[in-house]
Design a protein around this ligand. Structure first.
Ligand code: ADP
Ligand code: NI
Length: 217
């Protein structure tokens, strides 16, 4: 099967699978990550077929929504591609990327094993910051019934994946617990460039938010 056909089938599957998602994992997140990953990947000169398939399948079954099971995503991604007849090396490369991808807390480092993986991780992280990142954070917080802000609940830098999984703080804290940390964790130069501006957007937003909160703006 042609790469384009595999992509088209995968797109159709994911559009249906993510329909109605309110946790920041709708189809359009996946689509943005795919476009960012291809853009960064082109500059990095990596295998764009692997990048595109891994970007498409990266959130196919997130551990947060499957009782903390972090093996189901890579397994589903691998089974899906194998069924479409994608060759074994690509299937296992994509499954490894999906497995290594998610961010599990400030103190939990997860180095990507390949440059294709590094590119997809950068793209996923870019979509969590900037204007889109702000919107996603409040959409996620709203869907989970979290407070937007609570000045009496300070942010926590989670040292372990377990702590990060249990976190239930207000959404503003998520900026300090994760989103503001992402700029300095980009793997590639093109992503670092894009992250710098997205980071400034969040800093401006947080400064305005604080000024308005205090009645000073
Ligand atoms: P991904 O799997 O795409 O890397 P996550 O599953 O960690 O991202 O989160 C999906 C979206 O929801 C992201 O934009 C993320 O910042 C946001 N999000 C995750 N956890 C929280 C939280 N505790 N508060 C607010 N937003 C959150
Ligand atoms: Ni994602």
């Amino acid at each position: 099967m042609q790469h384009e056909t595999v992509v088209a089938r995968t797109e159709a599957y994911l559009r249906q699978r993510f329909a109605g998602d309110q946790t920041g994992h709708d189809w359009w997140h996946t689509d943005r990550v795919r476009r960012l990953a291809l853009r960064v990947g082109r500059e990095e000169g990596v295998d764009l077929r692997v990048v595109e398939l891994a970007a498409l399948l990266h959130d196919v079954a997130d551990w947060k929504f499957h009782g903390g099971d972090d093996e189901i995503g890579p397994r589903l991604a691998g089974e899906w591609l194998a069924e479409l007849g994608v060759e074994h090396a690509t299937v296992s490369h994509v499954a490894t990327i999906v497995a290594d991808l998610s961010f599990k807390g400030a103190g939990v480092a997860r180095p990507m094993a390949t440059r294709e993986g590094a590119v997809v991780q950068d793209a996923d992280r870019l979509d969590a910051i900037g204007a889109i990142g702000i919107a996603r954070a409040f959409a996620y917080g709203g869907a989970k019934g979290r407070a937007m802000h609570d000045p009496e609940t300070p942010p926590v830098l989670h040292a372990t994946a377990e702590q990060y999984k249990r976190a239930a703080g207000p959404t503003i804290n998520h900026f300090h617990e994760k989103l503001l940390l992402l700029r300095d964790r980009m793997n590639t130069e093109p992503a670092r460039r894009l992250a710098a501006e997205r980071h400034r957007v969040m800093e401006r937003f947080l400064a305005d938010f604080a000024a308005e909160w205090d009645g000073g703006a």
